[in-house]
Design a protein around this ligand. Structure first.
Ligand code: HEC
Ligand code: HEC
Length: 142
C-alpha cells in the first residue's frame, strides 16, 4: 500500500469511529439543534404565499405571488417579460407592467422595458407569510 493511501485509510477509520461515538453519545447536534440522524423539519410558515398581497403603501413594488426560482434574469435574458411585458401579458393572463416601467431617466416613453427596470428583483421580492423579524410601526401617508 502506498503511504498516501495508508494515511487516508487511517483517517477514514478514525473519523468513522469518532463520529460513531459522538452520535451514540447524543452530543452532536445539527445547525437546527436536532440530533444529526433525524430529519430537519423546516417551518411551514416560510413557504411561498400565492395569494396577491395588498400593497402597504401606494408606491410599493407589489410582492411577487409566485415562485421566481425558474425565471432567469441576466444581461440578455429576462424571463419575467415573457409574461409581464405589455406584448405578452394579455395572452398569459398576467398583470401588465405599469407605464413607469417604460419610462427612461429623462421621462421619455419607450416601447421596451426601461434599463432601470430590467432587474425586476431589485424591487420586487417573492412574498412569504412570515412573522415580522422586528416590530414595524410604519404607516403610509395619505
Ligand atoms: C409564466 C408566466 C409568469 C412569469 C414567467 C412571471 N410571472 Fe409574475 N405573475 C404571473 C401571473 C399570472 C400573476 C398574477 C397572479 C395572481 O393574480 O394571483 C403574476 C403576478 C406578479 C406580480 C404581482 C403584481 C401585483 O400587482 O400584485 C409581480 C410583482 C410579478 N408577477 C413579478 C414577476 C417577476 C419579477 C418575474 C420574473 C422573476 C415574474 N413575475 C415572472 C405570471 C408570471
Ligand atoms: C426600480 C424598481 C422596480 C423595478 C426594477 C421593477 N419594478 Fe415593477 N414595480 C415597481 C413599482 C414601484 C411598482 C408600483 C408602482 C408602479 O406601478 O409604478 C411596480 C409595479 C409592477 C407591477 C404591477 C403593475 C400594475 O399595474 O399593477 C408588475 C406586474 C411589475 N411591477 C412587474 C415587474 C417586472 C416583471 C419587472 C422586471 C422586468 C419589474 N417590475 C421591475 C418597481 C419596480
Amino acid at each position: 500500500m502506498k503511504i498516501k493511501n495508508l494515511i487516508g485509510a487511517i483517517l477514514v477509520a478514525a473519523l468513522g469511529l469518532g463520529g460513531g461515538i459522538a452520535i451514540a453519545d447524543g452530543s452532536v447536534k445539527a445547525l437546527r439543534e436536532m440530533s444529526v440522524d433525524s430529519t430537519n423539519i423546516v417551518d411551514e410558515i416560510h413557504k411561498q404565499d400565492t395569494r396577491r398581497f395588498v400593497r402597504n403603501y401606494r408606491q410599493q413594488p407589489p410582492l411577487i405571488p409566485h415562485s421566481i426560482d425558474q425565471h432567469q434574469i441576466d444581461l440578455r435574458t429576462n424571463e419575467c417579460l415573457a409574461c409581464h411585458d405589455w406584448t405578452n401579458a394579455g395572452d398569459r393572463g398576467a398583470p401588465t407592467l405599469s407605464m413607469t416601467h417604460y419610462l427612461d431617466r429623462e421621462g421619455e416613453q419607450l416601447d421596451r422595458v426601461a434599463g432601470t427596470r430590467w432587474f425586476c428583483n431589485q424591487c420586487h421580492v417573492p412574498q412569504v407569510n412570515a412573522p415580522a423579524l422586528v416590530n414595524n410601526e410604519f404607516t403610509p401617508s395619505n
